[in-house]
Design a protein around this ligand. Structure first.
Ligand SMILES: Cc1cc2nc3c(=O)[nH]c(=O)nc-3n(C[C@H](O)[C@H](O)[C@H](O)COP(=O)(O)O)c2cc1C
Length: 178
């Protein structure tokens, strides 16, 4: 299916990115971390409110604690770094944060760095531990690290376009390219 070639860099990143939950023991260079944060910062938000805060964790002991507390992301403990994305709750704040997270994970992947979205369940103790103010809500933690296994061949478990895309009308399915 000829939908992209090497010049479609954004599409190639989206096509190949997968959730990465195990990481090599290898530090992330400071300039990569900086670009990942910049990708979040530069993201558009509703009325340009930019409600997000990004707390970067690299201390091994803190990563271990986050992994222990996190209900759905024990593997944060093995990550080279993690970015906690938090917002002051408000209209569109979590949507804005989701977009910033997507920018960051795509930027990371384009540099060969794996990541994932880990929900905030279980992280209540992290707020006090990290000095996050009461009125600020954790949206997600994004663990980062070079993938332990070679993955990302673009093989994804997704619904086909004809099931979810429509042409002009609901009852007209989008046809796949041959
Ligand atoms: C909003 C959202 C919440 C997610 N929460 C978690 C989570 O708490 N823990 C986890 O391991 N993965 C989580 N994921 C990762 C998804 O399970 C994963 O992206 C999905 O199963 C598709 O797999 P793939 O990204 O490898 O194609 C989350 C992803 C999204 C977008």
């Amino acid at each position: 299916m000829a939908v992209a070639d090497e010049s479609h860099q954004v599409f190639q990143t989206i096509r190949t990115i997968l959730a990465v939950r195990s990481y090599r023991d290898q530090q992330i260079p400071e300039d990569s971390l900086h670009r990942i944060l910049e990708a979040g910062r530069l993201t558009a938000s509703a009325q340009n409110r930019q409600p997000w805060h990004f707390i970067v964790i690299e201390e091994k002991e803190t990563l271990r604690k986050l992994g222990e507390w996190s209900s759905y992301g024990p593997y944060i403990a093995e990550a080279a770094a993690a970015i906690i994305v938090a917002v002051k709750p408000g209209r569109n704040a979590s949507t804005d944060a989701a977009r910033a997270i997507q920018s960051m994970v795509l930027q990371a992947w384009s540099e060969g760095i794996g990541s994932n979205w880990v929900g905030p369940n279980g992280l209540e103790p992290a707020k006090a531990f990290l000095g996050i103010p009461d009125e600020i809500e954790i949206v997600a933690t994004v663990p980062l690290g070079y993938p332990a296994q070679e993955i990302g061949k673009g093989i994804k478990n997704r619904k086909p376009l004809r099931e979810i895309a429509h042409r002009e009308r609901w009852d007209e399915a989008w046809n796949e390219l041959d």
